[in-house]
Design a protein around this ligand. Structure first.
Ligand code: ADE
Length: 204
């Protein structure tokens, strides 16, 4: 999908190694935390140098971190239509010097309540979710509009040929040709699925 978007000239993806902006003898990009504690913290100097070299007036700098706000379809939609240039800053979790967050970062995003070893994994997820929403990237423009979450509900069940598989049949309503009835059935099924798997989306 990303490849197709790039071939069509609708998006371009560049991967940069922060180490390229490290200036110390051993090209270090992290150091022990002030105040003590486990793990390492990403240093200011190489991160500031990297972001300042790559930034344009249209850039938004997004830090991938489990301490970020939860990434949602709506955020993907906003970035897909508004932002020309996103810089996704990825660290190895323990963390990053707070001065980076205070001075450089516009948004902190988490892809879920779990800790990955590397924010780059989260950046791939966020990139995929945003790029597929750029107009022209998906083959069928309608397919994004019918996604789970686009109307606040999970997606309704889908069926394709054969009509009967191992004795399990496609629901009759889908063969009826009554478009209004089908839409109503799909809405009810989406509600039922959402109630079962994600009652939080319904405020339940
Ligand atoms: N880096 C490590 N864990 C992460 C998460 N859950 N979301 C975003 N970035 C992360």
């Amino acid at each position: 999908m990303m490849k197709r978007a790039q071939e069509k000239g609708l998006a371009s993806l560049h991967v940069h190694n922060i180490r390229n902006w490290a200036t110390s003898k051993h090209l270090t990009t992290d150091d022990a935390p002030y105040g003590g504690g486990q793990g390492m913290v990403m240093k200011c100097e190489p991160v500031f140098a990297a972001v300042e070299a790559l930034k344009t007036p249209e850039s938004r700098v997004i830090l991938m971190t489990p301490a970020g706000r939860p990434f949602k379809q709506q955020i993907a939609q906003e970035y897909a239509c508004r932002n020309q240039h996103l810089i996704l800053l990825c660290g190895h979790y323990e963390g990053i010097d707070q001065r980076v967050i205070d001075q450089l970062v516009d948004d902190e995003l988490s892809i879920g309540d779990y800790v990955l070893t590397n924010g780059a994994i989260a950046a791939v997820v966020v990139t995929d979710a945003i790029v597929r929403l750029i107009p022209g990237v998906l083959g069928d423009e309608a397919s994004a509009a019918e996604d789970s979450f686009s109307d606040g509900l999970l997606e309704f069940p889908q069926y394709t040929r054969p009509l009967e598989f191992r004795g399990w049949k496609v629901p009759d309503i889908l063969l009826s040709g009554h478009h209004a009835e089908i839409a109503k059935w799909r809405h009810n099924m989406a509600l039922e699925k959402t109630r079962k798997n994600r009652p939080d989306l319904l405020g339940e």
